[in-house]
Every structure is written in structure tokens, then in C-alpha cells.
Ligand binder design. Structure first.
Ligand code: ADQ
Length: 520
């Protein structure tokens, strides 16, 4: 039988083109307008631990800093279009000096679009709520990267106090009015139930950005029932992929008293339904593509070349861009590189691993341990393989700005994402969006949410460092035709599901499960 070609009738091609054009319009404005239409008559409140802009004391006075974040890109259009409220932890050193007595500031003061309400906490509270329960208990529990979670009853009490403080700030902002509250992540798991108890009429949507583990892994969490009850205060609870939704359903089914409805992916607790849904997060594909060609990226590329030496570009460049976190599999990627060089000595001097690693959660001993382990491995491997004029691993420990990250993506022959487990992984999607030249290879861990959407990457099990080495070697020899074919298909996938589609799907689902009553 002859091969079946993907030939569509011309009307269908036109329909696809038209859809593509329309999609180009589904940008921040479209999302903002959609949300303001579907939430009419209600206040819109976004809640997250991290704030979209912070104020820092500097030598010259006070400076407003807007951290580059994919999440801010998606959530700001929503609060802007609805003149909404963003509630977050006020963590900047000068945050208190620029807010009113309730912790409020208009963003931006010159061009008021939304209100940022800052929630304050003491050092002790930040330690208990953020570093301990969020990042030493829930983070390792949900990732199952074989780092033992740490549980402290005192810190759990603090986690509750801080969640309560967020609840009070939100109630104070919405007063008696109807509102849609869009909560982010694992720092605020108890907040939905607290809000529901005070205001049963609120519409509550929560997005969990990290994986949800299976019930066997979850059952060691000492306050599991309280945590699940907290999350079941929501109307919609979103995860990146269906697998995490399935895990959550299974955890509740065996964990607490609730009616788990697999037909509708819905859980009833105390008579109230929570819909469990998958919304794969993404990036601003078009904007990243535009920025990748900007003069700032070209400047950063030159800076890298000056710092690393021209010779680096004559070798095949394997690039990693990560927070320095034990879930990201940086040590495994380094081991894979070492094995490749040992098995294929002909590649000595012909391949370089460039790792950009942003220090993260450095107060925690698990993070210091992984950082030390990586330093040691880099040292050993460089000592073992290096020659005059070639260093196999270039390790740049720093937070790089957006334009240098884009420059690194542009220089990469192979972008390495070897997370041991990851809710989604935005680095993979940023890399694809930046490669407007349709070139470059993505080597991607099977245990990222992104791998479900991106089968044209070279998929690996990062726990199997031999497999990582083999995939790195395959990438070295991949033909231009195959590289470009794969990249074109990867780009099509990300173009079809951007960060704005993510926001849109969440609010479309809210409209489906809780339609706005027809206005008289
Ligand atoms: P993270 O664990 O932070 O996010 P990821 O999705 O990869 O992981 O996002 C990292 C972001 O930091 C990217 O935007 C990247 O460009 C940036 N970054 C990484 N290293 C950097 C460096 N050295 N310098 C500067 N910037 C750097 C959590 C979950 C993920 C999920 C996201 C979004 O763990 O699984 O994809 O939330 O939901």
C-alpha cells in the first residue's frame, strides 16, 4: 500500500490558515477581553506566593523590579483587563515603603491597571510557610525525586496562619461582592477551604504547578486530610497533565470521605463539587520568537562568546538552563556527558556542555548538597577530559536575565532538559519558541509534563545515565534534515498551545461548570 500523505482539501487548508491567523490574535488582549466578559459583575482576584513586581532598596533610592516570569505574562492580562486585584507575599526590601496602610499599591502608579495587595510575614513565618512546608515538605513529596521530605508540626501551624492571612486579605478586598479567585500553587493549599467557609458564593479556581504524586507517595504527608480538604474547597482544580489529575482522584478516593466521580472527573465533598482538569501551561510563543531576534540577544551572544572563547562555537554545544534544584537532573546530565566522552573518545574537544544554573532556595541544606555535588562532578570531569584550549563543561552559576537565556537557547545545538520530575518545564517550550531558524535539538526527560506534548524531542529517562549518554551521542550525529523536521513539528505544537491558550481554557472551563447567570 502506498504511504498515506497528509493532504487536505483546499477548503480545509484555508480553514487551517484562517484558524492560524485568528490564533495570532489570541494574545494577551483577547485573553483579557474574554475573562472580563465571562466574569462580568464579579471582582477578579489572582493569588500567588510571588508578587508580579517588587520594590527594592538600592543606592539610588527605591527601584521597582519586574521578575521575568511566564506566569506573570499570563496572569497580568487577566487582572489588567478586569481592573482586578493581585494578592501576593510582599517580599521586596522596600515593599512596605510604597504601599498604603493595608499593603496596597496600584500597578503602575503612572498608568493604573490593577491593584497589588501585599501580604506581610515575619522571617519566622516565611521560614515555616515557604521554606519548610512548601519547599521541604510538599516540593519533594510531590516530585518523588528521592529526596526525603521534612515534616514539622510547628511549621504546619505557621503554614495555616499564613494561608489564613491570605484569606483575610482577599475577603477584605472583595468585601461583600461576587468574585472569581484564581489561586496559584502549593503554597496556598488550605486557602480555598478557608474562603469557601467564609464565602460559599465565591468562584474558586486553583492551579497546581508541580506534579501530584500517586496515593502511596502522598499518604506519608502527616496532614493529608486537611490538605485535601483545603483543595476541595475549589470549584476547579487544575494540573498540567491528565496523569496528575488521575493521581489526585486516586489520592482522594482512598484518603478522605468524598464522592469521587470518575465519569465527570469531579469530587463531591460536603455536597460541593470540585472539577479536576488538565490545563498544560505554556509560554508566549510569538513574543519569545520576536525577542530572540532582538539586538539585546545579539549583544548577550557576543558577551557569552567573549567569556567562553570563540573555540566553544566550533564544538557541538549542549546547553542546560535551570534553577539549581535537585529535581532538574543536572548531575545526571553531567554524568551522561561524561559517559559519552568516555565511550566516544573521538568526541574529546568536539563537544561542550554549557550549564546556566540559577541559585535557588540556598537556605535549604538539600539545595546546598546538590550544588556541592554538581561542583565536585564538574571538577572531576573537567580534570579528567580537558585538553589545552578545551574545557568540557562550562558551568555558569547565576541568575541570567531573559535576553541572556534567549542567547543561550540560540547558541545551543542541543538543549538538555533532564528533570527527574517536572510539572511542565517551561525551558523546553521557551527553547522551541526561540528557534525561529527551525534548528536545534531538544533532549527531554520523559518525566516532564512537556514530554506529553513534544514527542519530537529526543526523550530520555534521566535516571538511566547511559540512556542520556546514548541520546547525547545520537544528537551529535543527527542530520540537518531530521533536526529541522523535528524542530518544525515541535514549533507547531507550541504555537498551538501558548500561555494565552492556557488562561483561556481555564476561564472557558469555569464558564462551562459555573455559567454566569443571564443578566436581566
Ligand atoms: P520551575 O520549577 O521554576 O517552575 P520551569 O518551568 O522550568 O521550572 O521554569 C523555569 C524558569 O526559570 C524558565 O522561565 C527559565 O527561563 C528560568 N530560568 C531557569 N534557569 C535560569 C537561569 N539560570 N537564569 C535565568 N532564568 C532561568 C514550576 C514547575 C514547572 C512548571 C512551572 C510553570 O516546577 O514544572 O513548568 O512552575 O507552571
Amino acid at each position: 500500500m502506498p504511504p498515506v500523505k497528509d493532504v487536505a482539501p483546499s477548503s480545509l487548508l484555508w480553514a487551517r490558515k484562517w484558524k492560524g491567523l485568528m490564533k495570532a490574535l489570541i494574545d494577551s488582549k483577547y485573553l483579557g477581553n474574554f475573562v472580563s466578559r465571562t466574569t462580568r459583575g464579579s471582582r477578579v482576584v489572582v493569588v500567588s506566593n510571588r508578587e508580579p513586581c517588587l520594590h527594592e532598596r538600592t543606592a539610588g533610592g527605591i527601584e521597582m523590579i519586574r521578575p521575568a516570569s511566564g506566569l506573570v505574562t499570563a496572569l497580568e492580562p487577566i487582572v489588567r483587563a478586569t481592573h482586578g486585584i493581585w494578592v501576593a507575599h510582599g517580599s521586596g526590601s522596600a515593599d512596605r515603603y510604597v504601599t498604603d496602610e493595608k499593603g496596597r499599591i496600584t500597578v503602575t502608579p503612572e498608568d493604573p491597571q490593577y491593584t497589588l495587595r501585599r501580604v506581610w510575614m515575619t522571617k519566622k513565618e516565611e521560614n515555616g510557610y515557604y521554606y519548610s512546608i512548601s519547599n521541604r515538605a510538599l516540593w519533594p513529596l510531590c516530585h518523588i525525586a528521592y529526596t526525603r521530605p521534612f515534616f514539622s508540626r510547628d511549621d504546619w501551624e505557621i503554614y495555616k496562619i499564613v494561608n489564613r492571612r491570605f484569606c483575610e486579605a482577599i475577603l477584605d478586598e472583595v468585601r461583600g461582592e461576587p468574585a472569581v479567585v484564581f489561586i496559584q500553587d502549593y503554597h496556598l493549599a488550605l486557602l480555598p477551604r478557608m474562603l469557601r467557609n467564609e464565602r460559599p458564593d465565591l468562584k474558586l479556581v486553583h492551579f497546581w504547578h508541580i506534579p501530584w504524586p500517586n496515593r502511596e507517595a502522598f499518604r506519608i504527608f502527616p496532614w493529608g486530610e486537611e490538605l485535601l480538604d483545603g483543595l476541595l474547597g475549589n470549584d476547579i482544580l487544575g494540573f498540567h497533565i491528565q496523569y496528575h489529575c488521575n493521581n489526585f482522584m486516586g489520592t482522594v478516593d482512598r484518603g478522605i470521605e468524598a464522592m469521587v466521580d470518575y465519569e465527570h472527573f469531579r469530587i463531591h465533598r460536603g455536597g460541593h463539587p470540585t472539577y479536576i482538569r488538565a490545563f498544560p501551561i505554556s509560554v508566549d510563543f510569538r513574543q519569545i520568537g520576536r525577542d530572540a531576534g532582538s539586538p539585546k540577544v545579539a549583544e548577550n551572544r557576543q558577551r557569552f562568546i567573549r567569556e567562553l572563547g570563540e573555540e566553544v562555537l566550533q564544538t557541538k554545544l549542549y546547553v542546560g538552563v535551570d534553577r539549581l534544584d535537585y529535581t532538574k537532573g543536572i548531575a545526571e546530565r553531567i554524568q551522561g556527558f561524561d559517559i559519552m566522552l568516555k565511550r566516544h573518545p573521538e568526541l574529546v574537544g568536539k563537544a561542550t556542555l554549557l550549564q546556566l544554573a540559577a541559585p535557588s532556595r540556598t537556605h535549604l541544606e538539600e539545595y546546598r548538597a546538590v550544588s556541592d555535588e554538581i561542583d565536585q562532578r564538574v571538577d572531576e570531569i573537567n580534570w579528567h577530559h580537558q585538553t589545552d584550549g578545551w574545557t568540557p563543561i562550562r558551568f555558569l552559576r547565576a541568575h541570567h536575565d531573559y535576553y541572556s537565556v534567549l542567547a543561550a537557547y540560540g547558541m545551543a545545538d542541543v538543549l538538555m532538559v533532564t528533570s527527574l520530575h517536572d510539572g511542565m518545564n517551561l525551558v523546553a517550550k521557551e527553547f522551541i519558541s526561540a528557534r525561529t531558524d527551525d534548528d536545534g535539538i531538544l533532549l527531554l526527560s520523559r518525566y516532564t509534563g512537556a514530554s506529553r506534548e513534544l514527542p519530537d524531542a529526543l526523550l530520555v529517562n534521566p535516571f538511566d545515565v547511559d540512556e542520556v549518554a546514548d541520546a547525547m551521542h545520537d544528537a551529535f550525529h543527527m542530520t540537518e534534515k531530521e533536526r529541522k523536521g523535528r524542530m518544525r513539528r515541535l514549533r507547531r505544537k507550541v504555537r498551538r498551545n501558548t500561555i494565552f491558550d492556557w488562561g483561556l481554557k481555564i476561564f472557558e472551563e469555569l464558564e462551562t461548570v459555573l455559567p454566569v447567570e443571564e443578566q436581566a
